[in-house]
Design a binder for this molecule. Sequence first.
Ligand code: S3P
Length: 171
Amino acid sequence: MTSSVVFLVGPMGAGKSTIGRLLATELDLNFEDSDRVIESRTGADIPWIFDVEGEQGFRDRETAVLKELAAERDMVLATGGGIVLRAENRRCLQSAGPVFYLTASVEQLVERTSKDKKRPLLQVPNPEQKIIELIEQRDPLYREVADFVIDTNRRSPKSVVQEIVEHVQSY
Ligand code: S3P
């Protein structure tokens, strides 16, 4: 059993927070979501941070939070979809604990994010096209950091969590 941080990475709508919360309960670990930590440290929500500080400002905050939380123990950390963009973040993830890449079909990602107004990158005329572009750009980066790739398509959160638990226990 790991005593380090269990990381969940993957695109917006992959289910990182839902799965992460259930996984933490199952493994009796703490749960954090890097976006929520950034928001509480900043005292503002993600759209505000993007608006006022730009994506660069958000990414700086994200790297700082990742570095801090990666040093924790006994924690499941759901990360923002863009965490893998910076090489220093990827190095941090790879060295800190088991990393699970949650994948889902574009169709499911679109469906799960369609009513959401809190993801600045998807507030565009064609969010589906944006999701496709982001996956093309980021899939190799998620794979670079992942110890395990977990397909969430047409599966219950419970079944996904069970698969991850088995990997964590043999990690
Ligand atoms: C982002 C994903 C979001 C959040 C921010 C940027 C991205 O997190 O960090 O809106 O670049 O993909 P979720 O993956 O939790 O939605």
